[in-house]
Design a protein around this ligand. Sequence first.
Ligand SMILES: C[S@@+](CC[C@H](N)C(=O)[O-])C[C@H]1O[C@@H](n2cnc3c(N)ncnc32)[C@H](O)[C@@H]1O
Length: 175
Amino acid sequence: MSVQKDAKWWDGHARSYAKKPVSDEAGYQRTLKRVTGFLKPTDRVLELGCGSGSTALNLAPAAQTYLATDISPTMIQIANDKIAASPAPNLSFRVASAETLAAEDARFHTVLGFNYLHLDGYTGYESAKPCAERGIVQRITTSRKLKEAGFEVLENELHGTAGADPRPFIVARKL
Ligand SMILES: C[S@@+](CC[C@H](N)C(=O)[O-])C[C@H]1O[C@@H](n2cnc3c(N)ncnc32)[C@H](O)[C@@H]1O
């Protein structure tokens, strides 16, 4: 699918996605805690595929500035409504993709993506597999792609606590 088609699909599903409860709250909290441990108060952070912004709201206090982005204008509208209701001074949301930001030559200390990288490239192949197996394949494929792109993989963990979804969690540093 093209980015435009993906954005349209996510726009159509944004309001229902934003209402869904987190499926594995303990696993999610584990991820938030691990990410917070890596962030520094001097960090300029970029989040890609931020959805309706809940994770950005949780993590932004640990950074200097936090730009959260998504290709879906409806997701960003929902996220902006959240900060209008409860302001977060160092957090901003905007419609963007990795490609549009790269073209602006934007610079960040840390780039985050949650439940997002798996959407890039191999969803069709993997969607036929059971969730647990899919998570393992995603973990291996993503680490390999990061290494090929010149990153050192620092952490490669599974954060899932609810059985079926392993919640792969990878931290990598550009060499
Ligand atoms: C499964 S949702 C995850 C949202 C959020 N990160 C979370 O963990 O709840 C995937 C999000 O990625 C966005 N997305 C999909 N493809 C993208 C792309 N190429 N660039 C940026 N965002 C993208 C979608 O609009 C959607 O909001």
